[in-house]
Ligand binder design. Structure first.
Ligand code: ADP
Ligand code: MG
Length: 693
């Protein structure tokens, strides 16, 4: 074996006697390198550190025993099985195998010694173990048992526990010979302030814990690994961030007169929070470094107008703005707002919709390329190859969580020109929990709009089983009689858009039948854009009382008179998404209500989740809880992109370490920069590294 490459790159394939099949199965578990084996932690342990005399083995007990084979034979009575009796002078025990080979039988000769581990139960002949783990032992091995707990590893089909155990113990041996494999990159003085064990000690302990090891020591060892993994991620992001900070960007300034003219044209005054965020953005844009700012503000907090203000700063500085939206519906809506706000100031607003083809599309593309179109809106089609900007100064991304993290990073490159990178402003209603913010989003500065425009009251939410559907429908009738409007949201069934639309159609028909005095409208994802627009504008103008919709209304739709929302089968959606939907009501004066009408029975987790939504309207709390119950991937759609995926660290469990991770990262970067690259190599596979810098 050669160590010409860094020890952390050493492949399992380089170990002697590991076959192609085994390698393939290990690969399925993500185990390719020797160090992957070391970081593949046991799911639990078995205590095989004390031998139980056969005479004392009790029913239902997991026991390690040894004995001599008295007799072994195939019994045909009942289900055909191989039965072997062993004894040790204190008693005897039967081993029973329903799957066995002839070779196995022939090796169970009377007089040979066996060591077995399994669960004992009262069998036909006496105490027995079915399919115990067993091995043949020779003279000096008798009674000489391990003093470590036995690890039980997560497996995949075809891979045996025994195989994995022996591979891991070979990897551990290799570590003892070749220190480089688990080289300690965190200086001793840092480690001791953290009260964490050295890496090699932690790894050794987790795979071969001594009998009687306390849970606390195991947890500490695991924390040690999680800590280093989080540290590596943090270093990767910091390095990327430092790299981006070295890039240049155009300086963008909004002249006082234009700002006043714009703000004066709005039918409302900005909230304090909006003003504060605008100040933060102003400061970012005034320096020739690309801004990377995330604006986080609950649904309805007024992010759009803040983005429009930033856009105006770019436009006033002779730059274009790309404004990326997640859906066409929202694109249309923002197009209207932006045209209304910016055109009076002499800005040409363009909307690159996917429905625009041929001549219209060509003209739009031309106006973007020659710079006539100043503000350009669109879905991610905006960043296709054919779209060329004249001088892009700012990219605004609305509702970030719909885009992958990689997409976001790619955008920066796309907009770069003449060595200048565009500024980036990202707006999200899904609060990024602190945990995620520090890792997946650590390259962003965060502004928070923590205030809703005046006159909004929290939505009163109730959780009701669908068996009370007719009550809910009657209540809608009363609401409409009082001149109020209502949303009825049908959620995704079986992940199929077609079925979801069909359900919405059926629901709309049923509701129209049940409520003859109510004007029912319908929008769903399969309708043509024009049709959708028309229904939405009828609802906006009050000509439609009850809007039945699929989740297409999730983002951005604004109808203040609609103050009741019924969501069918809310248990199918994520909390953050439900919170977004609910944000469509509560936009006008007076009380608003949301009815979560679930399909009973609910699982315990589903009950808890809907309870959270009922009890709080704080989007931040909701996101944190959702993270705990569902994990980060689903919340932000990052699992698919493979951006933040940990081997050992766990967001919910390890978030308390993050402050220390950050401090340690800073200390390392200052005092031990040589440790950075090896740590990244150890923990981050290529796919999870931020752009190579
Ligand atoms: P979101 O943050 O969810 O994107 P929007 O930007 O769509 O919210 O704003 C929601 C509604 O509130 C819009 O109708 C917008 O015009 C209005 N709005 C924004 N800021 C204010 C404000 N300061 N006072 C009153 N209404 C505002
Ligand atoms: Mg919005």
């Amino acid at each position: 074996m050669s160590f010409s490459e860094p020890p952390c790159q050493l492949k399992i394939a380089a170990l002697k006697g590991v076959g192609a099949k085994t390698l393939e199965r290990l690969g399925r578990l993500g185990l390719h390198k020797v160090q992957d084996l070391l970081f593949h932690l046991p799911a639990r342990y078995e205590d095989r550190t004390s031998l139980i005399p056969l005479g004392s083995v009790r029913q239902g007990e997991h026991a390690l025993v040894e004995g001599q084979v008295d007799v072994a034979d195939v019994i045909a009575k009942g289900r055909r099985s191989l039965v072997c009796r062993i004894s040790d002078g204190t008693g005897f025990l039967y081993l029973r195998f329903f799957h066995f080979t002839g070779e196995q039988l022939s090796r169970l000769k009377p007089g040979t010694h066996l060591r077995c581990y399994g669960e004992a139960r009262d069998g036909y002949f006496g105490m027995e173990m079915v399919h115990p783990d067993y091995q043949h032992i020779s003279g000096e091995e008798v009674g000489n048992i391990t003093q470590s707990l036995t690890p039980v590893y997560p497996l995949t089909e075809g891979l045996h526990q025994k195989t994995l155990r022996s591979l891991v113990s070979r990897a551990l041996e290799l570590c003892r010979e070749e220190q480089g494999l688990l080289h300690e990159w965190i200086p001793g003085e840092l480690l001791s302030t953290l009260a964490l064990p050295p890496l090699s000690e932690a790894v050794q302990l987790l795979h071969e814990p001594p009998a009687g090891v306390g849970l606390q020591r195991l947890e500490q060892a695991q924390q040690r690994l999680a800590f280093e993994e989080l540290l590596a991620h943090h270093l990767s992001v910091s390095r990327f961030r430092a790299h981006m900070r070295q890039q240049s960007a155009p300086v963008l300034r909004l002249p006082e007169t234009v700002s006043r003219q714009f703000l004066g044209s709005l039918p409302f005054a900005l909230t304090m929070a909006q003003n504060r965020v605008i100040e933060e953005i102003t400061a970012d844009l005034a320096v020739s470094k690309p801004m990377m700012r995330l604006v986080q503000g609950d649904v309805g907090s007024g992010k759009t107008v803040v983005a429009a203000w930033a856009a105006l700063a770019a436009l006033s500085s002779d730059c274009q703005v790309a404004f990326m939206v997640p859906t066409e519906l929202l694109g249309e809506q923002h197009y209207r707002s932006f045209s209304q706000w910016l055109e009076p100031l002499g800005v040409q607003v363009a909307y690159l919709a996917s429905k625009h083809k041929g001549q219209v599309r060509r003209e739009t593309l031309e106006s973007i390329a020659d710079g006539r179109a100043g503000a350009v809106l669109g879905t991610h089609a905006l960043f296709q190859e054919e779209v060329k900007f004249h001088r892009l100064g700012l990219i605004v991304i609305d509702e970030q969580h719909r885009f992958g993290v990689h997409q976001r990073l790619a955008l920066r490159e796309k907009g770069a020109r003449d060595g200048l990178y565009p500024h980036q402003l990202i707006m999200t209603a899904t609060p990024i929990p602190r945990t995620l913010a520090m890792l997946g989003y650590a390259d962003l500065d965060v502004s928070v709009i923590n205030e809703l425009p005046p006159g909004r009251s929290p939505v009163k939410t109730s959780v009701i089983p669908s068996t009370r559907r007719s009550e809910v429908i009657a209540r809608i009738g009363d609401w409409v009689k009082n001149g109020r409007q209502v949303y009825w949201v049908c959620t995704l069934i079986d992940e199929s858009e077609a079925l979801e639309c069909e359900a919405a159609e059926n629901t709309a028909a049923a509701l129209a039948g049940a409520l003859p005095n109510v004007r029912v409208g319908l929008v769903h994802g399969r309708m043509r854009q024009g049709e959708k627009e028309e229904v939405m504008s009828l609802f906006k103008s009050g000509t439609v009382d009850l809007l039945v919709a699929t989740t297409v209304i999730e983002v951005g739709v604004d109808v203040p008179n609609a103050c009741l929302m019924v969501i069918e089968n809310p248990e199918r959606l994520g909390l953050a998404q439900l919170h977004q939907l609910r944000g469509r009501v509560g936009r006008g004066p007076g009380d608003s209500f949301c009815v979560l009408m679930y399909q009973p029975p609910l699982t315990l987790t589903a009950k808890q989740r809907l309870g959270i939504l009922r009890d709080t309207s704080d989007g931040f709390v909701i996101a944190e809880k959702d993270l705990q119950l569902r994990g980060p991937g689903e919340l932000l759609g990052i699992r698919q992109t493979g951006q933040v995926q940990f081997r050992i660290a766990d967001f919910a469990r390890d978030s308390e370490m993050l402050d220390q991770v950050k401090a340690t990262a800073e200390a390392l970067l200052q005092r031990n920069p040589e440790a950075v690259e090896p740590l990244l190599q150890r923990w981050l596979s290529d796919g999870t590294r931020y752009a190579e810098v």
